[in-house]
Design a protein around this ligand. Structure first.
Ligand code: FRU
Length: 521
């Protein structure tokens, strides 16, 4: 929402910060601070940036305004984790300078010192990000955004701006020209950068991370275009169980997401070192469905991947911003705003003649299981309580189950609390979709009109059976349907924790292998 971003200036944002009482702060912490999703200790966060892995540590930088709880002049905040679940916030990594605010971008571990920034001891970490110049923005010129570089010689804790060469890519006359994501292309022996250029993504190549040459662009008139394209990612990935490699373009856009506001689509194809070409069957799917979405919920935006995370079978780890530009600035937390999604493992599968990305939560979550409540089979006749009141603390739960014997009916799974608030998800076989409904999840009912409409993901055909994995934190639900073929992520703000979980349908059906894992945090 670039217009919204014009408004807050450093000073006004400083004074906007609400002076909460000690009691209010405490309540907000207990009630809303997520148990196992990253949130900054204070103030405003949006996109994840600069993801890289070094020496057993995953680094996450993030769009950060350290002096207020709304969007403001962007810095890069910093957090680290050893297992993608427990986070430690670090000092701010990058501050705005004479070229402007530090917008989204990426970082790579330059192990061969191709950039020449290395000191011969440690591999340099090179961050490439967008400079957004507020002076030019105010003057109304086009060349507001350019790409800058900074490097670190201590694995990402302190940074030096590349003053001699910044900006490394000047604005070519495109107003929205941002969010560079750099990847080592081992197939063609080059660094490649993808960045968002208004209604398309652009590819650049480099040998040394400092000098970049334009290669090609992709996406004008392809996929969803309800808003500006932002925060792309572009990488090769193996097709599960084959020797084949395909290229994935992840492309966020705002607005115009699957259920409104911010959203992230993806494309599968081939890359010859210069041009990205959509796979034929995937192109047909894009034409038919208008866009293929990574997540159909309203709260997974600007997600990108760690280029060098040690993940099995060449899978990629990804993390997104768990909010939506439609309401991110008005969610009912004051001390901090927004959290990240659970880090997710991506793999590419081929089904029939088409490709699809499959997403599952970071594996290390299993190390946080405190106890498991299992039920082999539950016959649901109209309604069944799956977890009786008080048995599970749904502010930290990892639930999985299979549904069978479904007919042309609506299958609803509901969390409830003592205040009568509800959150539900399920399969609507009448409309053929998967849904999440948070419209009754808070006593104030909604913090924004967007929460009043259930989100839906079209499933194409009637589901006779299916599997669910659900992650519940204090203010978020993440639904992975059929092993992560279809994913929905949404945030909500209840006045008390959910303490009951039940299933309803007008006809009977079966639930099997129900596991309700209570997590310890
Ligand atoms: C996406 C985005 C990016 C931009 C950043 C600014 O949410 O708009 O395109 O770099 O946020 O904070």
């Amino acid at each position: 929402m670039i217009l919204k971003k014009l408004l807050p200036l450093a000073l006004s944002a400083m004074f906007i910060t609400v002076a909460a009482t000690a009691q209010e702060k405490l309540t907000e912490e207990t009630q809303y601070r997520p148990n196992f999703h990253f949130t900054p200790k204070g103030n405003w966060m949006n996109d994840p940036n600069g993801l890289f892995y070094a020496d057993g540590t995953y680094h996450l930088y993030f769009q950060y305004w350290p002096y207020g709880n709304k969007w403001g002049p962007m810095h890069w905040g910093h957090a680290t984790t050893k297992d993608l679940i427990k986070w430690e916030e670090q000092p701010i990594a990058l501050y705005p300078d004479r070229f402007g605010y530090i917008f989204s971008g990426s970082a790579v571990l330059d192990i061969n010192n191709t950039s020449g920034f290395g000191d011969g001891k440690t591999a340099p970490v090179v961050a490439i990000f967008t400079y957004h110049d507020p002076v030019k923005e105010k003057a109304g010129t086009i060349d507001v955004e350019s790409q800058g570089l900074a490097y670190s010689l201590d694995n990402g804790y302190t940074w030096t701006k590349y003053d001699a060469g910044n900006p490394i890519i000047k604005n070519p006359g495109i107003r929205d020209f941002r969010d560079p994501k750099v990847t080592w292309d081992s197939v063609h022996n080059q660094w490649i950068m993808v960045l968002a250029a208004q209604d398309r993504s652009q590819l650049y190549t480099s040998k040394n991370l400092k000098d970049w040459n334009y290669l090609s662009d992709f996406g004008k008139n392809i996929g969803a275009h309800g808003g500006v394209w932002e925060c792309p990612d572009f990488f090769p990935i193996k097709v599960e169980g084959t020797g084949e490699t395909k290229w994935v373009l992840i492309q966020s856009l705002n607005p115009g997401g699957a259920n409104g506001g911010s959203g992230t689509q993806y494309f599968i194809g081939d890359f010859d070192g210069k041009t990205f070409t959509l796979d034929k069957a995937f192109a047909e799917r894009v034409t038919k469905e208008k866009a293929v979405w990574l997540d159909y919920g309203k709260d997974n935006y600007a997600g990108v991947t760690w280029g060098n995370a040690p993940v099995k079978d060449g899978h990629r780890m990804m993390i997104g911003w768990m909010s939506n530009w439609e309401y991110a600035e008005v969610v009912p937390t004051n001390g901090w705003r927004s959290s990240t999604t659970i880090p997710r493992e991506l793999k590419l599968v081929k089904k029939g003649n088409n490709y699809a990305l499959i997403t599952s939560p970071a594996e290390a979550l299993k190390n946080y299981i405190e106890k498991t409540d299992s039920q082999k089979n539950v016959a649901v006749k109209g309604m069944a309580i799956l977890s009786a009141k008080g048995k599970t603390d749904f502010t930290k739960a990892d639930i999985s189950f299979t549904v069978q014997g479904l007919k042309q009916d609506v299958y609803t799974f509901t969390f409830t609390n003592d205040a009568g608030e509800t959150l539900s998800f399920g399969i609507n076989n009448k409309e053929r979709n998967l849904f999440v409904d948070r419209s009754k999840s808070s006593d104030a009912s909604t913090f924004h009109k967007f929460t009043a409409t259930p989100s839906k993901a079209a499933l194409g055909e009637i589901q006779k059976s299916g599997t669910f994995r659900i992650l519940m934190d204090k203010t978020s639900i993440e639904v992975f349907y059929n092993d992560g073929e279809t994913v929905m992520t949404e945030i909500f703000f209840t006045s008390q924790p959910f303490n009951t979980f039940s299933a309803t349908a007008t006809s009977s059906f079966e639930i099997s292998d129900l596991k309700i894992n209570q997590l310890k945090f």
